[in-house]
Design a protein around this ligand. Structure first.
Ligand code: NAD
Length: 473
């Protein structure tokens, strides 16, 4: 079975060490992922550093023209890359799955290339003119997770390149192959050295973060890793954008209509089997609508076809890896043993692959592990409240703050509750519906820095003031 290659300085690079990669739906071997040595990490950073001055010396319009060609690359290879997503990550081809992820790859390429970051005149009088320019950092290290592997790589790569940086990307060890294939195809368009990859686990990531020639890290992943990255970057003082996990609360206000909102809520909790940073992960429902809400969500959960994402009609796939599968199972077992009610699901499916059914857990409270810990899987705890103030307090009581949502037929009332939630984004009558024009990032331990929109372009560039003394008299 083939070992896939990293790309360094435009060349395919093999490794002496590799590990087997299996399809999470079928357990079938799909290829071998290379493990980069420390020397290979050094070579990738050296290639990025060497390529950066010429890339930055191009005009913005020239860079945009080259990067726009990637849209063609992604369109032409959409099916090929989507198949990699299905067989490596597990999300199905249909529904909000692999094709949806490829549409996001296209959207998050096009939009950052269409935005402007104008020079700002921050002060001017008859004696001086002060302009705020944006300059590239130099080499950006991008470190990505396994849930939306291609899309999240693109979130980091495109803005960084647009602003004149070069990039070394390290994909997750769980979803390396599809990402390496995408970068190989992108290198058919990009000048050598502009976009490089290294692969392996956290040791390779740490080597990249510590490298003296890495100037900025774009990280998406867990809090625990983010904290290690903060420590590892103390030597080079690389600037950090940290997009970490959350434990998003969704609050249904007492006037919400459970039937009307159920389908939206269902997908906002279970898109990609709940393995999404800004999924609804704790649902707070008023006591008057508690059983009705549980009933309509159960109806949807029981009707959604789950299976191998290559098969027609499948809209839910497996959990991506064994570690996550065990974590989800463990949280459900803990909830059961503490007396929670399993409305549907609650046991792994007896078939090959990491299949766990959509699981709704009722009669559970704040303080239970399934409520307080990020499950990152197809399980939703549904918590009853009697007073909206208590629901807001519950939503805010954890140390994470990525997203949140408020569901109601009264938009004004919902927006007012939204403004009191401690999260980087709070959606009204939706959840996790990110957009490439709209800045996105967490508060509290969900990270710092913003991605997307003009703010996202600013995040991969550094300010420089040009202060001009005007001739007098
Ligand atoms: P993870 O932190 O385990 O791994 C993320 C990446 O960091 C991987 O590439 C991994 O190899 C690398 N890594 C591990 N140790 C490292 C180290 N010491 N130094 C440098 N790199 C290291 O996260 P994961 O399990 O892949 O992803 C799931 C988490 O990501 C969840 O918590 C989820 O909520 C979060 N997430 C957040 C966002 C967001 O935008 N906020 C988006 C997607 C996922």
């Amino acid at each position: 079975m083939k070992q896939y290659s990293n790309v360094v300085d435009g060349n395919l690079v093999e490794s002496t060490e590799s590990w087997p990669v299996h399809n999470p739906a079928t357990t079938e071997l799909i290829g071998h992922a290379p493990v980069s040595t420390a020397d290979q990490v050094n070579a990738a950073v050296a290639a990025a550093k060497a390529a950066q001055p010429a890339w930055a010396a191009k005009s913005d319009a020239e860079r945009v023209e080259i990067l726009m060609k990637l849209l063609e690359t992604f369109s032409e290879n959409k099916q090929y890359l989507a198949e990699w997503i299905v067989k490596e990550q597990g999300k199905p081809m249909a529904g909000p799955g692999a094709m949806f992820e490829m549409d996001a790859v296209l959207g998050w390429t096009q939009v950052p290339l269409s935005l402007e970051v104008p020079v700002e005149v921050v002060f001017e009088d008859e004696t001086r003119r002060d302009e705020l320019h944006r300059r590239p950092f130099g080499v950006v290290g991008a470190i990505t997770p396994w849930n939306w592997p291609l899309m999240i790589a693109i979130w980091a790569i495109i803005p960084a390149l647009r602003m004149g940086n070069t990039v070394v990307l390290k994909p997750s060890e769980y979803t390396t192959l599809g990402t390496l294939e995408m970068v190989r195809l992108m290198n058919e368009v990009l000048p050598p050295g502009v976009l490089n990859t290294v692969s392996g686990d956290g040791i390779v990531g740490k080597t990249l973060v510590e490298h003296k020639d890495v100037d900025k890290i774009m990280f998406t992943g867990s809090q625990a890793t983010a904290q290690k990255i903060i420590e590892s970057s103390s030597g080079n003082m690389a600037r950090l954008t940290l997009e970490c996990g959350g434990n998003d609360a969704a609050i249904m206000l007492p006037d919400a209509d459970p039937s009307a909102m159920a389908e939206g809520l269902f997908w906002r909790a279970f898109i990609n089997m709940g393995q999404t940073c800004a999924c609804a992960k704790r649902l707070y429902v008023h006591e008057d609508q508690y059983e009705e809400t549980i009933g309509v969500l159960k109806g949807l959960a029981d009707a959604m076809p789950m299976g191998n994402g290559m098969d027609e009609g499948i809209v839910l796939g497996p959990i991506q890896n064994e570690m996550q599968f065990n974590k989800v199972n463990d949280l459900v077992e803990d909830a059961k043993s503490n007396g929670a009610r399993i409305v549907t699901g609650g046991e792994p499916l007896d078939q090959p692959g990491y299949f766990y059914p959509i699981t709704l857990v009722a009669d559970i409270e704040d303080g239970a592990r399934l409520v307080d810990e990020e499950q990152f899987g197809p399980v939703l705890p549904i918590i009853k409240y009697s007073n909206v103030e208590d629901a807001i307090a519950s939503a805010n009581r954890l140390d994470v703050g990525l997203g949140g949502s408020v569901w109601s037929t009264d938009i004004e009332a919902a927006a007012s509750v939204a403004s009191r939630m401690e999260a980087g984004t709070v959606w009204v009558n939706s959840h996790g519906t990110i957009h490439p024009m709209v800045p996105f990032g967490g508060v509290k331990t969900s990270g710092y820095g913003l991605e997307f929109g003009v703010e996202g372009l600013k995040a991969v560039s550094q300010p420089q003031v040009i202060s001009i003394n005007k001739p007098q008299g």
